[in-house]
Design a protein around this ligand. Structure first.
Ligand SMILES: NC(=O)c1ccc[n+]([C@@H]2O[C@H](COP(=O)([O-])OP(=O)(O)OC[C@H]3O[C@@H](n4cnc5c(N)ncnc54)[C@H](OP(=O)(O)O)[C@@H]3O)[C@@H](O)[C@H]2O)c1
Length: 319
């Protein structure tokens, strides 16, 4: 087991990983059906793999546990053709260490990295002023050595009046390829809908799953009409979903859309909604990442099957 007590130790280990990984990518033979499906980003010709990685928990422990586990998760992603990684401002040492890891040769040119402005959960910083938001962008650029940023988002639409003009300016200067804003809270969907009508983003990030299907009513049709790309996070309700399905047998008919687990049941439901560009799943485990990635390969349910899945899930919730 690796232990990295200091950032210097971490960087030494990271450098070693660039030559040969300490953990092998879990064994699987790759075929065309193993490659994550891609969808076009609206208004562009850029294709985006439909499943990505929400990096918070795995990155928070990076300096304590060392880079091997996270490197293995990312290698599995890249091997299956995925690229999107969700990040946010963190403690300087952690952000720098993660930035170094993303610069390893095996990830070069293969990642699409989201960053955010407006708060810093790791530092329990609830909001920043306009200059503070600009400083966060410059600091992320410096620590991650990534410029232009792929996508910068106003975290939870907090202080949009301060940060949205900043993001527009960053995009016009070529410092950000795409910009947008997030919410993970259903009570803020109406607010998001309002902004989608007045502050045209390239991307929104929003909560959606069998547990929280609300965006089907208004947000997804609006995104489709306005050509806004949609990223989903909190697909498992931070783990709540697994409490509902724990110990239950997966119905036989799920084989019709290449589903082999309850995690995939939920992910395939989400991903079969064609307006969705990418779902971000958070995990600390390579095996779970691989299982999630496989939900984005093979067949997806059609509209009738989606109804059947939802009806079945609703009976489980009521039990
Ligand atoms: N900006 C914002 O407002 C905001 C707010 C919330 C979240 N986010 C982002 O949204 C993303 C998702 O966050 P979330 O915490 O709500 O994550 P989530 O993906 O809904 O749930 C994560 C939980 O599911 C488990 N899990 C994942 N895959 C699994 C599998 N195949 N089988 C069994 N368990 C599995 C994980 O445990 P293991 O580690 O054991 O796999 C973890 O406990 C992240 O990118 C996060 O940074 C952003």
């Amino acid at each position: 087991m690796l232990t990295c007590q200091t950032r210097r130790d971490f960087l030494k280990t990271t450098t070693a990983l660039g030559v040969s990984s300490l953990l092998p990518v879990s064994g699987f033979s790759q075929t065309v059906a193993d490659t994550v499906i891609k969808r076009v980003i609206p208004g562009t010709s850029e294709m985006m793999p439909i499943l990505g990685f929400g990096s918070s928990a795995a990155v928070e422990v990076l300096l304590k546990t060392g880079p091997a586990s996270l490197t293995s998760i990312l290698e599995t992603m890249v091997k299956l053709g995925a690229s999107v990684i969700d990040t946010a401002p963190r403690e300087t040492d952690v952000e720098q260490a993660f930035g170094q890891l993303l610069l390893l040769p095996q990830f070069k040119g293969k990642l699409f990295v989201n960053s955010k402005v407006g708060r810093n959960r790791a530092l329990n910083l609830k909001r920043v002023d306009k200059q503070g938001g600009i400083n966060q962008i410059r600091e992320t650029e410096r620590l991650s050595q990534r410029k232009p940023a792929d996508l910068i988002l106003v975290d939870t639409m907090l202080d949009m009046d301060l940060h949205w003009p900043t993001l527009q300016e960053e995009k016009s200067k070529g410092n950000a390829r795409y910009i947008g804003y997030t919410t993970s809270n259903t009570v803020d969907h109406e607010k998001m809908e309002g902004y989608m009508n007045t502050h045209q983003p390239d991307f929104i990030q929003v909560n959606y799953s069998l547990l929280e299907p609300e965006i089907e009513q208004r947000i997804l049709p609006l995104a489709r009409d306005k050509g806004i790309a949609v990223m989903i996070y909190t697909p498992f309700g931070g783990g709540e979903y697994f409490k509902t399905v724990k110990g239950l047998t997966l119905p036989d008919w799920t084989a019709e859309f290449d589903c082999t687990s309850w995690a995939q049941f939920n992910l395939k439901y989400i991903l079969s909604e064609p307006t969705i560009n990418c779902v971000l799943t958070e995990t600390t485990k390579t095996t779970n990442m691989e299982e999630n990635l496989r939900a984005a390969t093979g067949r997806l349910p059609d509209a009738d099957m989606r109804k059947k899945m939802k009806a079945h899930f609703d009976t489980l919730v009521k039990k």
